[in-house]
Structures are given as C-alpha cells and as structure tokens.
Design a protein. Structure first.
Length: 427
C-alpha cells in the first residue's frame, strides 16, 4: 500500500484548500440523510412493586431531519421504535412513537442547537435486556438503528441503594410537585452551556438519618477525583438528589461518574460513563487527538505531524480552520464535508475493525474515500480460495477485491492499482 503522504498528495486535499468542487470523491448526497440520534436509558424504583420503572430518552437535532414546506411553516415527522428483549431474544417490551415537529422559521430547520426529545416509559422485571432502537425519518425514508445491552436492577433488594444516574440539562418542579427533567442524553455540554446536572434517587429500607455523599470522576486509567462531597438528611424510603456540575470542573475526556452514599452501617454506589468533549468534535471521535488521527485519509501527513505537536488551544483552532476551509455551505451551522467524512469513519469503525480500528483498515480507507459501494459480493466460505469480497462502484465501472489472506477477518485490498486509478479520476 502506498504511503499516507503519497495518498494525501494524490487527493490534493491540502490543509487550507477552499471549495467543495475540489472534492468530487465526497459525493455526500449518496449517504446523507440517515438521521443521527442519541439515547439514554435510566432505571428508577417503582414503589410498591417488584418491577422497575425504566425510561428511554432520545434526542435528535433538527438538522438531522428532513423538513417539508407546509402552511404556515415547515414540518418534520419521524418514527421511533424501541424493542427490549431478554437474552434469548424474546420480546419483553415494544413501543412505537410517532413524532411531528412544526417550525415557523426555515433557519430553525437547519439548526444544530434545537432538538426533538422523546421520553418513553416502561415497567420491567429486573434482569438483563437487549435494547434495539431505530429512528426513521418518515419523509426522507431513511433509518438509523442502534443497540446495546442493559441491566435493569432490583431496587430495595438491599438496605441502601442508588438509582441510575441521569445526566440532565435542568430539573424543575411544576406547581403540582411533578419533577420535570430536561435530559442531556449526549453526556456533554453545548457551546453556551455552563452547567450539567446529575439526578439520582437514594433508596433506604431502614430509618437512616444522614448519609455522606461523594461524587467522583474516574478517568480511563481509573484515577479518581472527588468533585462533590457533603452530608444529606434522608427524606424517607426515597430521597431525590440533584448535583450541579460546572463546565470548569470537567476537562475534555471520557470518564465514569461515580456516586457513593455511606451511612454508619451501609455503603451504596452507582456509576455511569460520560464523555466530555469540545462541542465541535465529530461524533465518531472521543477526543481531539483521535479526530486528528482519523484525518489521515483527507489531510497531508506533514500537516498532521505539525498539528499533533500543537498545544490544545492551537489544535482546536487549526482543526476548525481545516474543516471550515472545506465547508461547502459556510453560511450555515452544518459542515457537510466534515459530517460526511466522520460518518464514514464511524461506519468503518463499526464494520471493518480487526486488529486495527476499522477506519485504519483497507476496507475502511476505501469506504471513507469513495463512499459506500453500489454492490458487494461476499465469499466467506469458498472451497477453492480464501475468503474475499468484491466491491463494485458503478460511477467508475470498476471492481475492488479484498481478501482475508490469514483467516483473521483482515481483508486486504489486492488490486490497489485500480483503486488509485479511481482516486485519480476524481481529481
């Protein structure tokens, strides 16, 4: 495979090249429109029941949806499907939610700071569940699917316990005493946001008067830092707790938020991951350094080498300038080039990973540069050959062949000269 330096030069994508017309390989219209959304699942006790109250929050920015002109404004509609199954795949809860958004102003339909939020409640028996969530833009006819596994706990099974931790933008109480939670879902600050909140509930089966509460952050190396520490009087069997976190208390990074509650006899703890990152960071990347490494298929290696050596402030500035220089619509919040590039990085990471991250593999490289093939032939169990795949690109009328030569799922591009020919044709 040719060097990264040659590859970047072949694409003639320089650090400050302006104009979308010089990037014909990024035909983002082919893959755009698949809505990117986020979700959070939290469990709380259901008093008087052996079941648990589970809430699924979803959040999607307006710019991810297709709005249609209506009278008197604009409308977007989407369908949310949530399926929870047990370990054997048996359906335990299923909900379909249809949401309609109406906006008077066209500029709001392209906003990345306005969001549609859904709240879906379930009552489940404690146990392990597989969560499958899909969101379909009903006008664009495109769907994104996400899945995970979650443990629904049995609260009140011990003398002292803590609910799941919910990250919120705010929590208010209306005139009837009902709590109104504005969930954050992203686990991150918006640009103009100074505070996040952690909401939880303490459950006690005994007449415990006071507890010591600690809120800690644990980094990827399990180094812990106490950021809140105080004593609280319990209000009975269920005591709500709302903790305020300032932006200055949280540096960029991936953490576990850990909350511990300790009485004279019992100790309880709960934790959840949170990712604090610069708001302009692409969603596929956990930190700025990773996003810079993932630029290897679009930026010159000499530029990336210099960028790696810069301090954090300078990195952010140059990173932003690089992508701004490629923005085909500089007057809008959206940068189609950056969004499409990192969407492809994310898809490559999810689908092509082996001993290397998916975006570093041959298939990942081809997918990121050329986009999805028009057709894929997979031959994983051929008697007369090693496993291989054939990717066909109609616009070039060319096939690319990938072979798993060692049987470890590491598919290597075996006709790179055709690939380079395709790349050069886009210049």
């Amino acid at each position: 495979m040719k060097s990264n330096k040659f590859f970047a030069a072949a694409l003639i994508i320089l650090a400050f090249t302006a104009g979308y017309s010089q990037l014909p390989e990024f035909n983002y219209q082919r893959t755009s429109g698949i809505p990117v959304f986020y979700y959070d699942l939290v469990s709380f006790a259901k008093p008087g029941s052996d079941s648990t109250a589970v809430t699924v929050y979803t959040k999607i920015c307006y710019d991810e949806l297709q709005f249609l002109k209506t009278e008197p404004g604009f409308r977007a509609t989407y369908e949310l499907t949530i399926l929870l199954t047990d370990k054997k795949g048996r359906d335990k809860a299923h909900r379909i939610v249809n949401k309609e958004i109406n906006e008077a102003l066209f500029e709001n339909t392209n906003s990345r700071t306005l969001f549609s939020i859904t709240k879906t409640n379930f009552v489940l028996k404690p146990g392990i569940y597989k969560v499958n969530i899909s969101l379909t833009d009903l006008d664009a006819k495109k769907t994104r699917r996400m899945k995970s596994e979650v443990e629904v706990p049995e609260f009140f099974s011990q003398k002292l316990m803590i609910s799941d931790l919910l990250i919120a933008d705010s929590l208010n109480t209306d005139s009837t005493g009902i709590k109104i939670i504005n969930p954050n879902v992203f686990g991150n600050f918006l640009d103009n946001q100074k505070f996040l909140y952690v909401y939880s509930e303490i459950y006690s089966l005994e007449n415990i008067q006071d507890v010591k509460i600690k809120l800690k952050l644990a980094d990827k190396d399990n180094n812990e830092k106490v950021i809140k520490k105080f004593t609280k009087k319990l209000e009975g069997s269920i005591t709500p707790v709302l903790l305020k976190l300032g932006r200055k208390e949280l540096k960029n990074g991936k953490y576990d938020i850990i909350m511990t509650v300790e009485s004279s006899k019992y100790v309880a703890g709960q934790k959840r991951p949170i990712l604090i990152k610069w708001q302009n960071m692409p969603s596929a990347s956990e930190d700025l350094d990773e996003a810079i490494e993932q630029m290897r298929w679009i930026a010159k290696s000499s530029f990336l080498k210099k960028l790696r050596k810069m301090d954090e402030t300078e990195k952010k500035r140059v990173f932003s300038e690089f992508w701004k220089s490629l923005d085909p619509s500089p007057g809008t919040e959206e940068n189609e080039i950056m969004d499409e590039y990192y969407k492809r990085v994310e898809i490559a990471t999810e689908n092509f990973g082996t001993f290397l991250p998916g975006w570093k593999t041959d298939r990942g490289m081809v997918y990121i540069i050329l986009g999805p093939p028009d057709d894929v032939e997979r031959h994983p169990f051929e008697v007369s050959s090693k496993p291989y795949e054939v990717w066909f690109y109609q616009q070039f009328n060319r096939d690319l062949y990938f072979m798993d030569e060692r049987g470890y799922g590491e598919y290597r591009l075996i006709n790179p000269e055709i690939f380079w020919e395709m790349v050069n044709r886009t210049r």
